[in-house]
Design a protein around this ligand. Sequence first.
Ligand SMILES: *[C@@H]1O[C@H](CO)[C@@H](O)[C@H](O)[C@H]1NC(C)=O
Ligand SMILES: *[C@@H]1O[C@H](CO)[C@@H](O)[C@H](O)[C@H]1NC(C)=O
Ligand SMILES: *[C@@H]1O[C@H](CO)[C@@H](O)[C@H](O)[C@H]1NC(C)=O
Ligand SMILES: *[C@@H]1O[C@H](CO)[C@@H](O)[C@H](O)[C@H]1NC(C)=O
Length: 366
Amino acid sequence: MFAEVRMLFSAFIVICAIIQQVNGRNPINQWTLIPNTLVVEVDGCLGQQLLTCLDSAEMGRRNVQVQDIVWKKDGVEEMQRGNSYRVQLEESQGGGNYTCHGKDGSLLNHTLVLIQMDATKQKRILLRTDQNDYLKCSAKNHNGELRCSWTWHPYRLGKVTLVRVQRGFPDPDYTHCSVEVSDQQWTCSSPLGNITCVVDLNGRGISCRDEQHCPYAEENQRIHLTIYVRSNYYLVEDYSTSFYMSEIVKPDKVTISKVNETTIQWSYPCTWSSPHSYFPLTFEIVEIKKTCRRQNPCEHPCITKKVVNTMLVSPGVTYQYKVKHRRNPVCVRAQDVLCNSRWSDWSSYKPIQELPRHRPDPDVRG
Ligand SMILES: *[C@@H]1O[C@H](CO)[C@@H](O)[C@H](O)[C@H]1NC(C)=O
Ligand SMILES: *[C@@H]1O[C@H](CO)[C@@H](O)[C@H](O)[C@H]1NC(C)=O
Ligand SMILES: *[C@@H]1O[C@H](CO)[C@@H](O)[C@H](O)[C@H]1NC(C)=O
Ligand SMILES: *[C@@H]1O[C@H](CO)[C@@H](O)[C@H](O)[C@H]1NC(C)=O
């Protein structure tokens, strides 16, 4: 047993030695995520990252003696003294909130060190969703607003630490993101305009607005979005996606109402872009046989689908549909005619609401 552990351990050291000969050194890279937050990219091997408490100008101004500077990691005093501190790196260890203090214990500066593992060794704080993507983005219309959501790993809770978003190819030299007071709102400026994103209160998504988006113009450049999330254990990971607004458009559900016992009606969702003649929707209507006993009858109807193309109908009006049988439930969904993007979720409606028959409740016994 011990021999096995020892063998594994020496194998790890040999692999690290080989990696270090090929790649150079650990950390592989380091960069400032936001002021006072340093991301250290590591390969898992042994390494060191140097932190500095105060720059030389500040040292002189504050009249601090180097030998008096004390370091703490997450509030616990460390052995190392002086203006610089060596963070020991190994596997995913080394992250933390490092603070340096003067002789009297006063806080001089702080650096949050976040560890980014080599992509192949990451544990993943977010889960993939059905489309095999980590981030799922959609827009209710062509007005320049969009939403992205994600799913946290149930055992690895975390929070968003940076959002980087811009039109055109991501280039940190031309895109500058600033965080607003709450630290959950980001505005990124790039030569192609500004995009603002706000992280949801529950931390499971963001809402963004492209300030310069013109709904009538052809989009020449994709929107590129990267979110950096950190776990409670000082690990950071980034997740990216890119899209044209027209690709992620998904209209809201339509609202169906009853005209009379055989006719239903609906109009464009009120969140859809106007004028409707410029942003036409097409509707798909499915009438489900009363005898169809499937789980999601709108998605898996027992009869064939029927499509109404509203390009043929004058916009701005209400669409009416006469059901074949007044007891059949009807499902309706909408799609942008010109983009061929996603369909809205289904809305369903029963022209005749069946009154529940009175039946003795089996759970209540006298
Ligand atoms: C404090 O530390 C940060 C790094 O976290 C550094 O960028 C900054 O210059 C330091 N402040 C001073 C006053 O030296
Ligand atoms: C790190 O510690 C400093 C000093 O206590 C504090 O101001 C800062 O908010 C802490 N940062 C984090 C991310 O906890
Ligand atoms: C983008 O934001 C920056 C900084 O907030 C501002 O100075 C600039 O005018 C904005 N650009 C546009 C095109 O609105
Ligand atoms: C229901 O309304 C439609 C449209 O207004 C009408 O054509 C139809 O005759 C009405 N049916 C009944 C049973 O009232």
